[in-house]
Design a protein around this ligand. Structure first.
Ligand SMILES: *Cc1c(COP(=O)(O)O)cnc(C)c1O
Length: 458
C-alpha cells in the first residue's frame, strides 16, 4: 500500500561510523596508494567492499551463540546445524567448513586433476583458483545475454545449456568432473538463475553421468527472483523454492558468509556416500573433526539460525528491493550499470562513465578512488586491475569489463545511508570530465588487486 519499504528490523546495538573530511580522505587514500584494500576500516564511512562476512547478526543469533557447545566430538551445536542444513538441502551427508573456499578445496581437490574439466555459469574466483590448483580446467559458459550490460533478460545468471552439451561431447563425458551452477551468479553481476535452467542442467548431467554441483552462497536471494519472475513459483515459499533447487543437485557448497547471515562459516553437502567418505577424510586432515569442521560451536549455532532468518519474506523483500533501489537511483542519473539489478550488489560501468580514460589507466579503479575521496565510500574494482594480464612484451591484456562494484552488506545500512551513496553520484557526475587515470607502481603476480600500489597520471 505504501511505497516506502522500511528496514524490517529495529536497531538494538550500534557501531559508530567515524566521520571524516575530504581533505583527510585525500591523505588516507594517498597513504593507501590508491588501493582501498589498504585503507583502514575506521577510515571508511560506508563500506561496500563486499557482502561477504559483513552481515549484522540478529538478537536471536547472538542469543543462540551462548548455547554454543564446544565439545570436540558430538557437539549439540553441530546437531542443530546439521539438522538445519539437512532440512534445507535434503542431502544426507553434511560437512562443516570454516568458509566456502575450504569446502571448495575439499571437493574440487578430490574431483579435479590434470585433464579434467569443470563447467560453470561463471566460476567465482576462489572456485576457479581451487580447480586450477588441482590441475583441472575451469570453463565459464554464461548465456550470451549476460555479456550485454543492458539486455533485459530475467535470468541473466543462467548457464548456456547448448554450449554445455557441445563441450561435454567435445571433451568427453568422462573428462568432465562436474558442472557447477552458482546461484546467484556472483561474478556475473549477482544475476539470478532460473529453476528451468537448473532442471535442464540436471537432465544433461544425468544423461552423461556427470556430477551436478550447486554453489548456493546466495540461494535465498536467487529464490526471491524465481518467486518474482518464473512461471509457477509465485505461490511457493522462498524456502520451498530453494529446497527444490537443492533437490536437483548431487552436491552443494555454501559460504555462510553470504546468505547464512554470519561473519564466518560454510559447509559442503553431498548425496553420495563414497564421495562423502572421501571428502570427510580431507575434512579431518585440513579443517577439523566431522562435528565441527573449521567452526566453533557458537559459530554453528549462528549459522543454523541465519539459514532460517534469511528465508523470511520480510527480510528477503527488503534485501532485494533495497539493492534495486540503489541501482535504479544511480541509473536514473544517467550512470550506466549492469541491468536489471542483481541481488547483492550494483555494478557500475566505469568505462562508460570515464570514456576519456583508457583501459590501461584503469577507469574502474579511478571510480573506486573517486567514490572514496568524494563520499568516503569503499568499493572494489572488477576490471583490468583484478583480471588484467600481460603479454610477453609486458603490454596489458585488459579485462572484458571495467566495473566498480557496490556490494551491500546484509542488514547493516539504512535507507539514509543508501540515499547518501546515491547523492555522492551527483558529485561523481559533475567532476567526471576532469578526472585523470592511474598507473600501477607496484604489484604481485597473483591476485594483484589486493596489494597493488597506484599513482595518478599527470
Ligand atoms: C564467497 C564465495 C565463495 C567462497 O566463499 P568464502 O567463504 O569467501 O571462502 C564461493 N563461491 C561464491 C559464489 C562466493 O560468492
Amino acid at each position: 500500500m505504501f511505497k516506502t519499504i522500511i528496514e524490517p528490523f529495529r536497531i538494538k546495538s550500534v557501531e559508530s561510523i567515524s566521520m571524516n573530511t575530504e581533505d583527510q580522505r585525500i591523505k588516507f587514500l594517498e597513504d593507501a596508494h590508491y588501493n582501498p584494500f589498504l585503507l583502514k576500516g575506521e577510515q571508511v564511512i560506508i563500506d561496500l567492499l563486499t557482502d561477504s562476512g559483513t552481515s549484522a547478526m540478529s538478537n536471536k543469533q547472538w542469543a543462540a551463540m551462548m548455547n554454543g557447545d564446544e565439545s570436540y566430538a558430538g557437539s549439540q551445536s553441530w546437531e542443530r546445524l546439521e539438522k538445519a542444513v539437512h532440512e534445507l538441502t535434503g542431502m544426507p551427508y553434511i560437512l562443516p567448513t570454516h568458509q566456502g573456499r575450504a569446502a571448495e578445496r575439499i571437493l574440487y581437490g578430490h574431483l579435479g586433476s590434470k585433464g579434467k574439466y569443470f563447467i560453470s555459469n561463471t566460476h567465482f574466483d576462489t572456485t576457479r583458483a581451487n580447480i586450477e590448483f588441482s590441475g583441472a580446467v575451469a570453463l565459464d559458459i554464461p548465456i550470451p545475454e549476460a555479456r550485454d550490460f543492458s539486455a533485459n533478460h530475467l535470468f541473466k545468471g543462467n548457464l548456456d545449456t547448448i554450449q554445455l552439451e557441445r563441450i561435454i561431447n567435445k571433451r568427453g563425458e568422462k573428462n568432465v568432473a562436474g558442472v557447477i551452477l552458482t546461484v546467484t551468479n556472483n561474478s556475473g553481476g549477482g544475476q539470478p538463475v532460473s529453476m528451468q535452467n537448473a532442471k535442464d542442467i540436471k537432465a544433461i548431467c544425468k544423461r552423461h553421468g556427470i556430477l551436478f554441483i550447486l554453489d548456493s552462497c546466495r540461494i535465498a536471494e536467487n529464490s526471491y527472483f524465481i518467486h518474482e519472475r518464473e512461471k509457477g513459483y509465485a505461490h511457493r515459499s522462498f524456502r520451498e523454492i530453494a529446497q527444490e533447487m537443492f533437490s536437483l543437485a548431487d552436491a552443494s557448497i555454501m559460504s555462510a558468509k553470504k546468505d547464512g547471515l554470519v561473519n564466518m562459516g560454510g559447509f559442503l553437502a553431498v548425496r553420495d556416500k563414497s564421495l562423502a567418505d572421501a571428502c570427510t577424510q580431507l575434512l579431518i586432515i585440513t579443517e577439523g573433526y566431522t562435528t565441527y569442521g573449521g567452526l566453533s560451536g557458537r559459530d554453528m549455532e549462528a549459522i543454523a539460525v541465519g539459514l532460517d532468518e534469511v528465508f523470511k519474506p520480510d527480510y528477503l523483500h527488503y534485501r532485494i528491493v533495497s539493492t534495486r533501489y540503489l541501482g535504479e537511483n544511480i541509473r536514473q542519473k544517467g550512470v550506466s550499470i549492469i541491468y536489471p539489478v542483481g541481488g547483492h550488489a550494483v555494478y557500475i560501468d566505469a568505462k562508460a562513465l570515464y570514456p576519456h580514460i583508457p583501459v590501461h589507466q584503469y577507469p574502474g579503479q579511478v571510480l573506486v578512488c573517486e567514490l572514496y575521496r568524494i563520499g568516503g565510500i569503499r568499493c572494489v574494482e572488477i576490471g583490468s586491475v583484478m583480471f588484467g594480464k600481460y603479454d610477453e612484451k609486458g603490454k596489458l591484456i585488459p579485462a572484458q569489463v571495467e566495473l566498480a562494484r557496490l556490494a551491500i552488506p546484509r542488514r547493516v545500512y539504512t535507507q539514509s545511508h543508501i540515499d547518501y551513496v546515491v547523492e555522492v553520484f551527483d558529485e561523481i557526475i559533475r567532476t567526471k570530465d576532469s578526472v585523470k587515470g592511474l598507473r600501477i607502481t607496484q604489484e604481485q603476480h597473483f591476485l594483484r588487486h589486493f596489494t597493488a600500489h597506484f599513482e595518478w597520471i599527470e
